[in-house]
Write a protein that binds this ligand. Structure first.
Ligand SMILES: [Zn+2]
Length: 230
């Protein structure tokens, strides 16, 4: 995902703004609302602050959504130069067999699956983190440190309370992280702003504009050849 961080020196607030443009067969208002609510709630939960010089800035996530039909999405993607705009196709299956935000980190276009319980499972908030350029943590053992961070992937080792089965041995079947227990940490919010230059306090562009449109199965569509994609 790409986003814009707007730095307001007067109110001492950094606002991270992005719009998710949904398209595809399963892009409904109900689902979009749930996804965006999960992202805003989870990423605002740690109330992260950033010290710039002698001042402490509040970091606030302000994520919005809209819908387009497939053809409108194609037109908008081919003309997009705005870092705050992201395109997400929602379907029930794809070739990657998981929700994905492009093929690298920080991309502004993706293909998500309704079977990932988007908006109810922390998956949307996790994908949002990838989209803003965050990788999985290097260390995949978060025992003795509370809830695992939002960027922890499936298979992460956690305290018994956060496992699928609290009675399972760590790492054994049922003995890994149940994703619903992930929480955004303040350190992860700060990682999103790691390229912020204190000398240029206006706006920071986060991520990159890949402006990729996907077909129903999540295959990239070349913009100049196929205007009749499904
Ligand atoms: Zn991941």
């Amino acid at each position: 995902m790409s986003a814009l961080a707007i730095i307001n020196s007067e109110s001492e607030q950094i606002s991270i703004e992005a719009e998710l443009v949904f398209y595809g067969k399963y892009a409904t208002a109900d689902l979009a609302q749930k996804i965006v609510l999960e992202i805003n709630q989870m990423w605002n939960e740690p109330n992260a602050k950033l010290q710039l010089g002698s001042r402490l800035f509040d970091i606030v996530f302000d994520i919005k959504y809209s819908f387009l039909d497939n053809y409108e999405a194609l037109l908008k993607i081919s003309n997009n130069t705005n870092y705050s705009v992201n395109f997400v196709r929602i379907e029930d299956k794809n070739i990657a067999e998981r929700s994905m935000m492009g093929f690298g980190l920080g991309e502004n276009s993706g293909h998500w699956l309704i079977t990932d319980q988007l908006g109810e499972s922390t998956t949307a908030a996790h994908e949002f983190g990838h989209a803003l350029g965050l990788p999985h943590p290097d260390l995949l053992d978060f025992r003795f440190s509370g809830n695992p961070p939002i960027m922890a992937p499936r298979g992460t080792i956690v305290d018994a309370d956060f496992q699928w089965n609290p009675l399972a041995e760590p790492g054994a079947l049922g003995g890994t992280m149940r994703p619903i227990f992930r929480r955004v940490r303040a350190s992860e919010v700060l990682q999103v702003l790691k390229n912020l230059n204190p000398e240029n306090l206006e706006a920071l562009e986060i991520g990159k504009l890949t402006n990729q449109i996907f077909d129903e199965m999540g295959r990239p569509v070349a913009l100049n050849q196929d205007l009749t994609f499904e």
